[in-house]
Design a protein around this ligand. Sequence first.
Ligand SMILES: *[C@@H]1O[C@H](CO)[C@@H](O)[C@H](O)[C@H]1NC(C)=O
Ligand SMILES: *[C@@H]1O[C@H](CO)[C@@H](O)[C@H](O)[C@H]1NC(C)=O
Ligand SMILES: *[C@@H]1O[C@H](CO)[C@@H](O)[C@H](O)[C@H]1NC(C)=O
Ligand SMILES: *[C@@H]1O[C@H](CO)[C@@H](O)[C@H](O)[C@H]1NC(C)=O
Ligand SMILES: *[C@@H]1O[C@H](CO)[C@@H](O)[C@H](O)[C@H]1NC(C)=O
Length: 754
Amino acid sequence: MLSAELLLLSLLTTKGESPVCQTYRTEEVSQFSKDGDIIFGGIFSFHQLDPGELQYAFTMMFAIEEINNSSELLPGVTLGYRIFDSCPSIPLSIRASLNLMNKYSENENKGESCHKPSSVHAVIGETTSTSTIGIARTMGPFHIPVISHSATCACLSNRREFPSFFRTIPSDIYQSRALAKLVKHFGWTWVGAIRTNSDYGNGGMATFLKAAEKEGVCVEYSVAIYRTDPRKLFLEVVDIIKKSTSKVIVAFADGTDLDILIKELHAQNVTGLQWVGSEGWITYRYIASAVNYAVVQGAVGFAALNAHIPGLQEFLVNSLLELWENVFGCSLRSPPKTPGSLGLCSGLESLRDTDTRFTDVSDASLLNNVYKATYAVAHAVHMLLMCEEGKGPFENNTCADKENVQPWQVLHYLTKVNFTTKVGDNVFFDDFGDPVARYALVNWQMDENGYIVFQTIGYYDASQSEGEQFEMKRDVRAVWAGHSLQVSRGRLSYPIKVVLKHPYLELTENALKHNRPVVKDFSIFLLLFSLTLCFLCSLTFIGRPSHWSCMLRHTAFGITFVLCISCVLGKTIVVLMAFRATLPGSNVMKWFGPVQQRLSVLAFTLIQVLICVLWLTINPPFPFKNMEHYKEKIILECALGSPVGFWAVLGYIGLLAMLCFVLAFLGRNLPDNFNEAKFITFSMLIFCAVWITFIPAYVSSPGKFTVAVEIFAILASSYGLLFCIFIPKCYIILMKPENNTKKHLMGKIMSRGL
Ligand SMILES: *[C@@H]1O[C@H](CO)[C@@H](O)[C@H](O)[C@H]1NC(C)=O
Ligand SMILES: *[C@@H]1O[C@H](CO)[C@@H](O)[C@H](O)[C@H]1NC(C)=O
Ligand SMILES: *[C@@H]1O[C@H](CO)[C@@H](O)[C@H](O)[C@H]1NC(C)=O
Ligand SMILES: *[C@@H]1O[C@H](CO)[C@@H](O)[C@H](O)[C@H]1NC(C)=O
Ligand SMILES: *[C@@H]1O[C@H](CO)[C@@H](O)[C@H](O)[C@H]1NC(C)=O
């Protein structure tokens, strides 16, 4: 909308009755330009003094010069360019677009100029998705092709909105999916998410969250940052990261924004987290400093494939020298020989060193994209000019007028290009203007000199079939975050909804919804079964004691309680393990999976069975006629036989209960399923309280009251377990069925002072 209004405003000004056409005029001239038969437009934001942006512009010039020199591609055609600077903002990008469409010259005839075709046939740019959207919207109605080397927003694949847009970098759709697969591949199923609050970050993260859900990856929090946000907001995000339990952060962000956050994290010593990054920052030289490395050491992520473009480095070095000489009016090269030439520059020796950031092409992935984009346009124009009359693609099989090439004709040919560059990359566009999604998997490593390198450790090719998309390099070593890295490989089966509130924006994100019911697995049924047995145990105390019922009483109760508590213990361990796990790739659930859980329940129970067998064989309980307490009454009761046996059975239960209590207590703050650990802690507290009071009551109560006390203890502790573990679940199932499946967030995250 904005662009349309601006165009109307600028192109048409009504004067009197007849509308008079007028060129959009600014006093701006392009930063770099050269005249030619075919003019390529370029928009980059070197305003930011980012050497990378200047590199893009110079790479474009390099490619144009190479094509200009070539005798195969566009022979005899002189190429030119006009390259504009834009800040990465929509209005300024639109202004640059308008500047490109309307050639500004001092003595131009008003009125006439509007009928001239656009001065450029295609535009290369921009770097950020947001600016590219502005440019593509402005150029779209005029069918001027826009080819971006780095705008990855999936939104740009919309052919209806952006009919003239192409790119040589894959859409985020592929990257987001690849990131989800990557996270899954390394077994990181419990992650935090950070994004740039822009089209790039929001779109990419939305796709990632969707793909992550499919892969079974859970997201603990999802926050947005932007470079212009106040520091307070960044500190809040640092706080969220510090308090979170996930040890892996997926950052779909621009380098500029993330740099600010990383600096804050460093100031608070938040290190040891495993970062997974999008190409927006993962190979962003600017943030690859030693300070940042301390925070994001071992980061992994996807980057455009690197390539070595022969001759580019020399071209950049020469261009830099030329630029410098023009700016300062002095010479950096060999002493001037002819009179009147420039004097030598002084004190700038470091510039001779070709290893400056501007001339560093060690990471040429995006430069290669600019190179490919420029060649794509050249190939399109080449095909257009090679068109044979009568076999053309346009109406009545005509070709384009070669003297007066229209941008929409170039646009048509761009959809048809399919060529291989000197470097060996095959370039063609699909129906949406996207290239094939191929990425390098890079890993941040520090070499012996303390220089941070983006080591390629593998490849991802979306065009391959499922399962063959990842290809890890065998000969390289990957570096991971510090020793403290703990990878959560939780069986987190519950949904998380993150609600973060802060003064500037309010995020409500449905991070993950797993449609798994509360009552989900075997262990729950086993627990329910053993609890039922516990209740039934009290029945063995009823009736006239016989030889068998005496033996059954304590042993049945001892074994069922151990069964019950070891089920709870198994659950507690799973919860703890899921969130406090070990290194990447090591599969925690392999060590404590469902089979191991059942085996542990069996083992714990067998120990109790053994104690009972020993007790029963050595000195079993027996019916006993107690005539001591009341003179007139005989009390039929069970004598313990061996008190040691009895106290061993009870002691073992107590031991397990204490262990369970301690573990559950440690895990009480983990955001697990409906705060299960908290409920387990509580139930164990009740359990221990009941049995601790049982001891003095049992010892001091006479005769038949000992039985009553024991039954009471059994029932009370069983009810404690039942209420604490099952009632919350039943409440959710019956009263809040929507929470059973979806968006139920364990209050934990929200209550963490956000
Ligand atoms: C292209 O080549 C012509 C001469 O063949 C030259 O005048 C022109 O400056 C060159 N353009 C570029 C962009 O190098
Ligand atoms: C183009 O040709 C000129 C003259 O032959 C040469 O100086 C220049 O380096 C060439 N440019 C490229 C990019 O190959
Ligand atoms: C970070 O660690 C350094 C040294 O290990 C220490 O001097 C500094 O006080 C720590 N900063 C914070 C905020 O904990
Ligand atoms: C195409 O051919 C038809 C008939 O031969 C003619 O009427 C029409 O004007 C032609 N269109 C163009 C654009 O030349
Ligand atoms: C591009 O050309 C190559 C051969 O040069 C061919 O194998 C490939 O299928 C073509 N791709 C498309 C999309 O036409």
